[in-house]
Design a protein around this ligand. Structure first.
Ligand code: ZN
Length: 350
């Protein structure tokens, strides 16, 4: 996971890369915030950045980011597949139809957990995880055996020569016995190790653990509040011009460009374009100033007048459906083509 693939968290990402770049990496960190807002994804991107061999720094803000991992070095490739041998996950677990017995732990669900992370782009919630693995809701805990395995993982020599990283997802589900064991590990840190506790709330956690961790607050992301993005703006303007003329040949190549992007990028672009259209509506109907610069002077001289109260609802609904489809792994090419036709139709109803 690279920071660029995480929606709406560039401020937090910049804070995190700065911690690493300035060499102030604490042995234990707590990422406090909703998984759906990217707390787990940020933890993974943070560990990937820490171990990246060719970190990238941007002169100008690219999507608001100042730095990111390269995505290409051997460590990044393994992080992307979630197969890095020095990356260890612990998470709430419980007996299932397939995995029974008294000695269960996260180790019994490593394959499923990685599948879950991939399927839900690392923003799947705890309930979704329980559904995914077939566990009764609220039965999962991080147990004593997990704590033992964590100590063992951290005691091993790093296979790949970088940092050994342990990520405990939903750390509020660590039971007391396990928490006390983990506390011992935190008190005697081994070099080049990083423990990241990812939690939605610190209230149910042992205060001794909380006090030992450097806390990073992950803000809740508000949908429909995109950041300025030049690439998106160009894509948006090109798209709207094509839809107005319904130029099929160039529309099809535009759709191919979008299809080739990652899902988070596709979703982020859709939120951006939806906001740009809402902005046109407000500009045209309420004479309100823009919250952000969308389009360009030539485009803005004529396009806002196309968005009226006769089509704004249709457009919104079309975007919401497309975002929903992308989130659920629909075939992107079809989702973008369908959305294009709906927008084109709506624009005629002005
Ligand atoms: Zn790298």
């Amino acid at each position: 996971m690279q920071f660029k693939d995480i929606v709406g968290q560039s401020v937090t990402a910049n804070h995190l890369t700065e911690i690493i770049d300035s060499g102030r990496v604490s042995h234990t960190q707590m990422f406090l915030g909703e998984t759906a807002s990217g707390s787990l994804a940020l933890a993974i991107a943070y560990a990937q950045y820490l171990n990246c061999e060719h970190r990238v720094h941007y002169d100008s803000a690219e999507g608001g980011l100042r730095a990111d991992s390269c995505g290409e070095c051997p460590s990044c490739k393994k992080y992307r597949q979630l197969t890095h041998s020095d990356l260890h996950f612990f998470f709430p677990n419980a007996a299932t139809a397939q995995v029974k017995g008294t000695g269960i732990s996260s180790a019994d669900f490593q394959g499923e957990f990685r599948e879950f992370l991939n399927a839900r782009r690392q923003v799947g919630t705890l309930d979704e995880w329980y559904d995914f693995v077939g566990v009764e809701k609220s039965q999962g805990i991080v147990r004593e055996r997990d704590a033992d395995e964590m100590t063992r993982a951290l005691g091993l020599k790093a296979y790949e020569g970088g940092y050994k990283v342990v990520i405990v997802w939903m750390a509020e589900k660590v039971n007391t016995t396990a928490a006390n064991k983990i506390l011992k590990t935190l008190e005697e840190p081994t070099p080049d190790t990083l423990i990241i506790l990812v939690a939605e709330s610190s209230e149910k956690m042992l205060s001794t653990i909380v006090s030992r961790a450097q806390t990073v607050r992950v803000p809740r992301i508000k949908a429909g509040a995109p950041e300025p993005n030049e690439e998106f703006n160009t894509l948006y303007v090109t798209w709207m011009r094509q839809l107005f003329k319904l130029n099929m040949a160039s529309l099809s190549s535009w759709v191919d460009t979008l299809h080739a992007k990652g899902r988070e990028q596709q979703k982020r672009f859709l939120l951006y374009a939806q906001e740009a259209i809402r902005d046109s509506f407000l500009r045209n109907n309420a004479g309100l100033p823009s919250r952000m610069d969308f389009g360009d002077a030539k485009f803005n001289a004529s396009f806002p007048a196309m968005i009226t109260e006769r089509n704004i609802e249709l457009l919104n609904e079309a975007f919401n459906n497309a975002i929903y489809a992308i989130e659920r792994n629909a075939y992107a090419k079809i989702a973008f083509m369908e959305l294009s036709f709906r927008i084109s139709k709506a624009l005629k109803k002005r």
